[in-house]
Every structure is written in structure tokens, then in C-alpha cells.
Design a protein around this ligand. Structure first.
Ligand code: ADP
Ligand code: ADP
Ligand code: ZN
Ligand code: ZN
Length: 955
């Protein structure tokens, strides 16, 4: 390492413009490191989990980039600079403007979609506003808008000698005597009016019945079409439009239309409008502008759901969970347990309605017709309001907190009844390009959208406007395709994307922006990507670099490491045992470095072996599901063997999460009486009695505020507080365990309410967090901190890396067991009190896994994990596999979604989905042992697996 330092010190960093030079970086665990990263190259930073990769890439380089950016911004922003912490580093020079594409999805706006992130939506709005054909949202007719000149020309184009009246519509089918309307017409100096289709002299209009609807038009002019009328026509049209507030009614005698009743011809009314309007429905429309199509703007957003596309309502499936029951047996779940009087109140009118349909409260709902069940829920006429309305009323009126909570359990997020999930108001949805409204366009997958835009045809005039807009859209679609996101739909909500998908979408946006001279920082973009599609991601990264950008990627994926211009290996261990640069250079150079674990794996000196034998799966111990159709699943039937390590594979978007996370897991949870989201559709699920418990271990944060951390989540903090309360000092001061909590008043610092941080709102910039000036981030008040256990205060303990804490609490088994288990999953480097908001998805997942490991298992638990290798280096994966193996050896089942070939080759059983992503996937391609799958030609997974197995094991 000293050699390294000497070599670098010889260069004067301030003179070097070809590199980003870092001197003396000490952020988190970094050991005062120096490094030069060549600009405009693809740099991959790797190393064990917790070794300091993110501390270098994100918390040093990106943080400094941000700081330099803010500095260049404005005086207003700069006044906060003192408070904005500088990363702990001596010097960074040569840093370009930095853009970070990471996977912390926590702050995603629920309104972001693939289309909005990539700006495709902005161009679409422009296209719709400029070239969309508006339609009346009520009757569906195309609607038009005309200028006064156009109206005039239309009228002058009538045949010579045509008799014509030009009128201003004043009242349209409204009750009243309308005296003031006639006064107004009189004041304008007009002599005639048409009232309910009869023409009168203004002073001869009969008294109107105020209780009836009337229609009144002021007759502005009566003309016979001849040469030389233009000036008079122009005045009359202008006056009619003024009186009619933009509308004009013409009435002319068509002498060709002759019949018995109309021997001289037929009078024909025609309405003109200078504003957008449907003349049939007499509806006016707002001006169509890009903002009309924005679900974030009051001009566009659906008024019912405020642009979210979903509403929280009572979910019929939760309200009537079992049709086999009658109303008296409790078919209507929210009514179960109500007192007789409460029940009478909420079901007012129900018996009359039941009588009408010859039904009663004792018949099973399954014997009713579909229509009867719908009416039970939604009501019929004035007799019966419907269960859903009754519940809604109770929900908004009840004052009992407990009942409110109870009722809340039956509510779910359902598509908005007004816009059906389209997020926009009906006027916006009635504008169409090539017969598609904007919502129909964004519902297309990237693939289909490309075809749609390729096939668009415009006339010459429209092309002038359309071509540049469509070009921008097509460009972005091509980038999305390039990064392997082609199966996503444009309206896919960002918060439903996996971390890797979101990163790839943002990467496409980055490439699409065409910026140069930027330093892009990415954090494991390969997540969720099948080996087959790795090259696409690699090509995208290379393209970004070739545009003239520096691309820094934190990665564990071997293929990406191998294409790096420069590979940086951080290590050797995690936490305090890491934080050094172990090797750097081309991948070849790094693989020669003996001390580098990465190098050992790259050169093949070390590898994860194919297991010597696999657990046999028994036909008798299986869970089987049939008819699964969630998202893209095509009537999938599959069996999951129990007591084995089962891996679900397939290219990104093939349907793995749809099958496992959205169908099997929630269905099992509900069957076992555990709370869960609503499962996706399936027809049958068998074998569930063989599992006692289902434990999904996902990557969602362990808490959404900095108040949660590994200690609070695993529950060890309660035990630790008890230890502190048991000390002699605490007893002497009379401190109970609650004194050592930062969530309640008493022991915590009140200045920051135990957060250790204070939020500073920056208006147009993201909020800043600065250390609390009172407690200096310790979160507790001075009195509390006086209490020591083995020389450490409660704040010191929260600062300990878990590894050290585990030794520190060796003598307290309840604490030690949990901490040891955290170390087992490779999280020993985290500090006990690290805020959950700073943990990656993979770390959160492993904390959950460790918490489960520390429990006493039943032996028939099903654990479900989604890409547990996220954030893990070769050596960490080896450790994870041994942890999972231990769970299975106790008789449990582990079901994982994975792309990592080391995990796949170690599984007992594989379920491979595909063949492609999106609508081209959703089928089971093959199931079997890795050896069996390797022989299936149609399986991409099998193809990539085959060279790794080299016939080593017996099936
Ligand atoms: P890697 O990216 O290699 O997995 P990190 O850079 O995230 O590793 O972590 C390196 C070390 O810094 C670890 O010991 C970790 O616990 C610590 N660390 C990371 N983030 C923070 C933070 N926000 N506050 C305190 N310590 C942190
Ligand atoms: P995988 O897990 O194999 O990557 P997914 O199950 O996530 O695949 O996706 C399968 C298909 O279903 C894809 O076309 C995807 O876009 C779609 N899909 C997945 N989740 C959602 C969702 N929440 N909303 C809409 N479509 C979804
Ligand atoms: Zn809506
Ligand atoms: Zn404080």
C-alpha cells in the first residue's frame, strides 16, 4: 500500500486534468486512501459487502460533486454550505459534474412512471396538444373550434338567394321567465327573438311560464345571400359571438329539402363555436395544452383520484371473502360481530331488497347469481344502497377509533372508478392521435410503443410539427430497449420497479440526454438482469463512456468487471477491516494480485463449487399452484418442492416476481391466516398443509425513518436497554429501560427529539440533514449518557459495528444470539444504530434473514427471498449459501428468485420462466435439477448454466 501512495504522491494532482484525483479519503471506514480515477473511462469498483465501495463512490465522490455543484449555484444556496458537511477527504480535483443513478428507491414519487422519468411523457403531451383530435367525452363525436372568419366564410358559401338568420344563443333549456334576457337583447337594439323555436318581435313575446324550460336566441340579422355582403356579415357574426359568448346559431332555409310539411324548404339550424365545444352535447372544453395531459396539474388530473389512478376503497374481495357463507353466517366480513342494533342500522332496506329477489339472509351467496351479488354490494335503486356504500358511510361517520381500524382492514387500493386508472380527466382522454388517447399509448410496452410510433402517419403540414417530437420519443424508446427494459409498459409506476429496473430506466435517460463531460455513478445496475441480457447493459455503459463521460460503477457482476477499463478492488474485509484499495488496474492486472479476493475469483484460483450432491425432492412433499395469470403469467401451473433450496429463474420481466411475490406468497399467507396483500389470480393451490409458516424476506426497507435501525428491527435494542437499566448506576439514578429509548421523552435529546439530526428545508433543493448541535448526533441527553455498561454509554453501543457488539455482549445470550446471526449473513460491519434509511435493499433483506435465523424454527417454514445476492461479493455469496443451506437442512424450504449463477448452480431444484420478458414470457420453460435444466435447449438459464456444471455432480 505504501508503494501505491508513493507512486501517487509523485503526481501533482492539481496539474493533472486527465484524472479525478482523490487524496486522503476517510469517509466512514475508508483508511485515508489516495486514488486516481482516469476520466472518460469505465471504472468498476468492487469488493466485499461493507468494504467501503459506496463510501468511496457515493459518499465521497458523489457527495463532493453535489457540494461543488451547490457551491456553483447561488448565494441563497451557499448560505447553507457551512452546514453541509464536506466529505472527510483532503482533496478531490478533476471531478466533473456528477449524476448518481442509484437504487435507493425510497424517495420515489408515487406519480413517477417510466414515461415521466424518461421525459417521453413530456413529448407525448406536446404531441397530443398539437396534433391530437379532440372528441366529446360524452358522445364521442369529434369536436371542433372555429375562428370568426371561418364561420363567416362558411355562411357566405351558402347558395345565392338563401335566406339566413344569424342568432346569438342566450338561454338553452333553462327554467324561468327570463325577463332580464329580453331586457339585455332590447338594450343591444335588436328587434327580434326566437323563443322555443318561434320568432317574435321583441315586444310581442308572450309571458313565459317560469316553471318550464325555455330556449331563447337573439336574432342579430336576417340576410339573403348575395354578392357584396362581406362587411355586413362580418359585423353580424361579431355581434352574435359577443352576445352568445363565443357561440353563434345560424338558421337557413334549405330549398332542396322539400316535403309535405315543408313545401318551400326546411329551416336548418347550425351551431358554431369559437371555443372547443361539442355542439350536440353543448359542452364546452378547456383549451387543449400540454398541461391538459399532465396528471400532476389541476388542468389535467382526474378529480376523483387526483391523478394517482387508484383510490382507496372497500375491496369487494375482502368484504366478501367466502361465498360459501350466507349473510347470517357472516358472509359480509366487516359486519361480523356487530351488535344486533348496529346491524339493523347498516343493513336498512336489505330485507326488502332480498324479498324482491326471493332471497333471504340464510342462503349461501354462492347460490346467488352474479348479478344479485353485484347488487348486494353496489345496491339497486332506492330500495337498497349496497354494502359498499353502507360501509363507506359508516367509515366516514364512525367516531370509534377501534371500528375505524377494523373497517380499514377491508379497504384496498383499487383502480379509480372515474378514470379506470388513466389518471386524467375525461376531456384529456377524449383527445386522440391515430385513434389512441394518451393513456392507451402509455399502456403499451416499450416494444409495442416503438411499433406504434414507427407506424404513425401524418400529412405534410402535421409532419412539420410531429417529426421532431416523434424523433425524441423514438430515440428514448430505443435507449430503453437497449438497456433491456423493452418489456416494461410506459405507464409502469416507478415505485413498482425493482432497483435494477429503475436504474436501467434512468440509465437510458442519461444516455438519451446526450450530456458529455459528466461523471455518472451507478450502484449495481445489474440487479435483476439475467446473464443473457448482461451484454445489453454493458453496451449501454460503454456507449455512455464513448459519449465522453466518466462512468463509475459499483458492481459484483463478473461480466461487468471483465469489461472495465479500470477495476478497483476495495477490501480486504468489511467495516473496520476494509476501507483500503487492495488492487487496481485492468481486470487482468487485478486477477494477478494475490491479496485480492476479487482477483482470486477472477483468475479462477478460488471459486464456489458445485455442491457434491443435491437434496432429493419428494413428489409427496410439494405445493402446487394452477391457473396463475397475474401480470404476464400464461395460465401457469407449477409445483414447488418442499424441504429444498428452490430457485426461480428467467430473464428480466419473464414473470418471476409475478409468480412468487404476487401470487404464491400472498396466496399461501392468506391460506395460513397470515395478513397479506391481495394475491394475483390463480385457480387452485394445494399442499399448503405441509407448511406452518411463510416468511417473505424482501428488500423493502426495515423502516422508513432514521429512527429504525438494525438494533430496533431485530428487537435486540429492547434487550440492550434492559442491560443498561440493570446497571448499578441506572438503579442509583432510578432510570428504567424506557430512559434508554430515543423514541420517547425522558432520556433522549429533546433538541432533535432523539434523531441526532436536524432537518433544514432548502425550498427548491432537497432537504438537508445536519448533526444536532445539542447532542452532536448522540441522540441522548447528558444525564442518560452518564450511565455506562462495561465503559460504554448507550450511544457508544449504538455506534459499535455489529461484529464488535456481538463480542461486547457475549455474556448476554438473548443479545448475542441475534448479533451472531447478523454476522452470519455478513452484516457484521454495519453499526448497530445505522439508520435504516442508509441501508441498501440487500442489506435490509439480510437483516430480515438474520432475524429469522435467530428465531427457533419450526422446521416447516417456507422462506421466500428475492435476489438475496444483491450487494454481495463472491465471498459473501458463499456465506449466504451456507446460511440458506442451514435453513433447508432443518427441514425448511427456501424459495429464491435469482440471476446469480453461483446460487442457481447450488440449488436443489430450478423453476425456469420465459422464454422472454413481458408478453413474450410468463410460461414455465423447464423445471428440474440444474443438471436437468442444462440439457433443455429452450432454456436461456440452462445454456448459461451448462458450462459451470461440467458434469460434476449426480442428480
Ligand atoms: P460497500 O459499499 O462496500 O458495501 P459501504 O461503503 O456501504 O460498503 O460501507 C463501508 C463501511 O461504512 C461499513 O462499515 C458501513 O457500516 C459504514 N457505513 C456506511 N454508510 C454509513 C453511514 N451512513 N453512517 C455510518 N457508517 C456507514
Ligand atoms: P421478473 O420478476 O421475472 O423480472 P415480473 O414478474 O416483474 O418479471 O414481470 C412480468 C411482467 O409483468 C412484465 O411484463 C412486467 O412489466 C409486468 N409487471 C410486473 N409487475 C407489474 C406491476 N406492478 N404493474 C404492471 N405490470 C407489472
Ligand atoms: Zn381517477
Ligand atoms: Zn440532539
Amino acid at each position: 500500500m505504501d508503494f501505491h501512495r508513493d507512486k501517487l504522491s509523485a503526481i501533482d494532482p492539481t496539474q493533472d486534468t486527465s484524472s479525478i484525483c482523490v487524496r486522503g479519503a476517510r469517509v466512514h471506514n475508508l483508511k485515508n486512501i489516495d486514488i486516481d480515477l482516469p476520466r472518460d473511462q469505465l471504472i468498476v469498483i468492487t469488493g466485499p459487502s461493507g468494504s467501503g465501495k459506496s463510501s468511496l463512490a457515493l459518499d465521497t465522490l458523489y457527495a463532493e460533486g453535489q457540494r461543488q455543484y451547490v457551491e456553483s449555484l447561488s448565494v441563497y444556496a451557499r448560505q447553507f454550505l457551512d452546514q453541509m458537511e464536506r466529505p472527510d477527504v483532503d482533496l478531490i480535483v478533476g471531478l466533473q459534474p456528477t449524476i448518481c443513478i442509484d437504487q435507493r428507491t425510497g424517495s420515489q414519487n408515487p406519480r413517477s412512471t417510466v414515461a415521466t422519468i424518461t421525459e417521453i411523457y413530456d413529448y407525448l403531451r406536446l404531441l397530443m396538444a398539437r396534433l391530437g383530435q379532440p372528441h366529446c367525452w360524452k358522445c364521442g363525436r369529434p369536436i371542433t373550434q372555429q375562428t370568426a372568419e371561418q364561420i363567416q366564410d362558411r355562411l357566405l358559401a351558402l347558395p345565392e338567394e338563401t335566406k339566413l338568420m344569424i342568432m346569438a344563443p342566450m338561454v338553452q333549456g333553462r327554467k324561468g321567465a327570463h325577463k332580464e334576457v329580453f331586457d339585455r337583447i332590447r338594450r343591444e337594439g335588436l328587434l327580434r327573438v326566437r323563443v322555443d323555436d318561434e320568432v317574435y318581435q321583441i315586444d310581442e313575446v308572450p309571458e313565459l311560464n317560469p316553471k318550464k324550460n325555455h330556449t331563447i336566441e337573439a336574432i342579430v340579422d336576417r340576410i339573403i345571400i348575395r354578392e357584396g355582403l362581406r362587411a355586413r356579415m362580418s359585423d353580424s357574426v361579431a355581434m352574435a359571438l359577443k352576445l352568445g359568448e363565443g357561440r353563434l346559431l345560424s338558421c337557413h332555409l334549405d330549398t332542396d329539402k322539400v316535403d309535405d310539411k315543408h313545401p318551400k324548404g326546411t329551416w336548418i339550424d347550425q351551431i358554431f363555436n369559437t371555443e372547443l365545444a361539442c355542439t350536440e352535447c353543448n359542452l364546452s372544453f378547456i383549451d387543449i395544452e400540454p398541461r391538459t395531459f399532465s396528471f400532476n396539474s389541476p388542468y389535467g388530473t382526474c378529480p376523483k383520484c387526483e391523478g394517482l389512478g387508484i383510490c382507496e376503497e372497500f375491496d369487494p374481495d375482502l368484504v366478501i371473502p367466502e361465498r360459501e357463507l350466507s349473510i347470517d353466517d357472516g358472509a359480509i366480513a366487516p359486519w361480523r360481530g356487530l351488535t344486533a342494533s348496529a346491524l339493523t342500522k347498516v343493513s336498512k332496506g336489505l330485507d326488502v331488497w332480498l324479498g324482491k329477489h326471493k332471497l333471504d339472509r340464510t342462503s349461501k351467496l354462492s347460490d346467488w347469481t352474479e348479478d344479485q351479488r353485484t347488487k348486494l354490494l353496489s345496491g339497486e335503486g332506492s330500495t337498497w344502497q349496497g354494502v359498499l356504500i353502507a360501509l363507506e358511510k359508516e367509515y366516514v361517520t364512525t367516531t370509534r377509533k377501534k371500528r375505524l381500524e377494523q373497517l380499514g382492514k377491508f379497504r384496498g387500493k383499487l383502480p379509480c372508478p372515474a378514470c379506470q386508472g388513466a389518471r386524467l380527466r375525461p376531456e384529456a382522454l377524449a383527445v386522440r392521435v391515430a385513434d389512441h388517447n394518451i393513456h392507451q399509448i402509455v399502456r403499451l410496452s416499450i416494444n409495442d410503443a416503438r411499433t406504434f410510433f414507427d407506424d404513425l402517419e401524418f400529412d405534410e403540414h402535421e409532419s412539420l410539427i410531429a417529426t421532431p417530437i416523434v424523433r425524441e420519443i423514438a430515440k428514448r424508446l430505443a435507449f430503453l430497449e437497449k438497456v433491456g427494459a423493452d418489456y416494461l409498459t410506459l405507464d409502469r409506476a416507478a415505485d413498482t420497479l425493482s432497483g435494477g429496473e429503475l436504474q436501467r430506466v434512468r440509465l437510458a435517460t442519461g444516455i438519451g440526454s446526450g450530456l458529455v463531460g459528466i461523471c455518472y455513478i451507478l450502484d449495481e445496475p445489474s440487479i435483476g438482469l439475467h446473464s443473457r441480457d448482461n451484454h445489453r447493459l454493458i453496451e449501454a455503459l460503454v456507449e455512455l463512456r464513448d459519449h465522453g463521460n466518466t462512468v463509475i460503477v459499483v458492481e459484483h457482476d463478473e461480466a461487468i468487471m471483465r469489461v472495465a477499463d479500470r477495476l478497483v478492488d476495495v477490501g480486504p474485509g468489511a467495516g473496520s477491516r476494509g476501507g483500503q484499495i487492495i488492487a487496481e488496474g485492468t481486470p487482468d492486472v487485478v486477477s494477478q494480485v494475490e491479496a485480492s479476493i476479487t482477483g482470486q475469483y477472477l483468475s479462477g484460483r478460488t471459486k464456489i463449487d458445485v455442491p457434491k450432491s443435491r437434496r432429493k425432492v419428494a413428489k409427496s412433499r410439494m405445493i402446487s399452484i394452477e391457473g396463475a395469470t397475474t401480470n404476464n403469467l400464461k395460465d401457469v401451473a407449477v409445483q414447488v418442492p418442499l424441504g429444498a433450496l428452490v430457485c426461480v429463474t428467467g430473464v428480466s420481466g419473464s414473470g418471476k416476481s409475478s409468480l412468487v411475490n404476487e401470487t404464491i406468497t400472498p396466496a399461501l399467507l392468506r391460506r395460513l391466516g397470515q395478513p397479506s396483500q391481495r394475491p394475483g389470480a390463480f385457480t387452485s393451490l394445494r399442499g399448503t398443509s405441509q407448511v406452518d409458516k411463510v416468511i417473505p424476506i424482501d428488500q423493502s426497507p426495515i423502516g422508513r425513518t432514521p429512527r429504525s435501525n438494525p438494533a430496533t428491527y431485530t428487537g435486540v435494542f429492547d434487550e440492550i436497554r434492559k442491560v443498561f437499566a440493570d446497571t448499578r448506576q441506572a438503579k442509583q439514578y432510578g432510570y428504567k429501560a424506557s430512559r434508554f429509548s430515543f423514541n420517547v421523552k425522558g432520556g433522549r435529546c429533546e433538541e432533535c427529539q432523539g434523531q441526532g439530526l436536524r432537518k433544514i428545508e432548502m425550498n427548491f433543493l432537497p432537504d438537508l440533514f445536519v448533526e444536532c448541535p445539542q447532542c452532536h448526533g448522540k441522540r441522548f441527553n447528558r444525564q442518560t449518557l452518564r450511565v455506562k455498561y462495561k465503559d460504554l454509554s448507550i450511544a457508544d453501543v449504538l455506534n459499535l459495528p455489529i461484529e464488535e457488539a456481538s463480542e461486547f455482549f457475549e455474556a448476554v445470550p438473548t443479545i448475542h444470539r441475534v448479533l451472531a446471526s447478523l454476522c452470519d449473513v455478513g452484516l457484521g460491519y454495519l453499526s448497530l444504530g445505522q439508520p435504516s434509511t442508509t441501508l441498501s435493499g440487500g442489506e435490509a433483506q439480510r437483516i430480515k434473514l438474520a432475524t429469522e435465523l435467530a428465531r427457533t424454527e419450526t422446521g416447516s417454514t417456507l422462506y421466500v427471498l428475492d435476489e438475496p445476492t444483491t450487494g454481495l461479493h463472491f465471498e459473501d455469496i458463499r456465506r449466504l449459501l451456507s446460511v440458506l443451506g442451514r435453513l433447508v437442512d432443518k427441514g425448511n424450504t427456501v424459495l429464491v428468485i435469482e440471476h446469480n449463477l453461483d446460487v442457481i448452480k447450488s440449488a436443489d431444484w430450478l423453476i425456469d420462466l420465459g422464454p422472454e420478458g413481458g408478453s413474450g414470457g410468463g410460461q414455465i420453460i423447464a423445471t428440474g435439477t440444474p443438471e436437468q435444466l442444462a440439457e433443455v435447449e429452450a432454456s436461456y438459464t440452462g445454456q448459461y448454466l451448462k458450462p459451470l456444471l461440467n458434469g460434476g455432480t449426480e442428480a
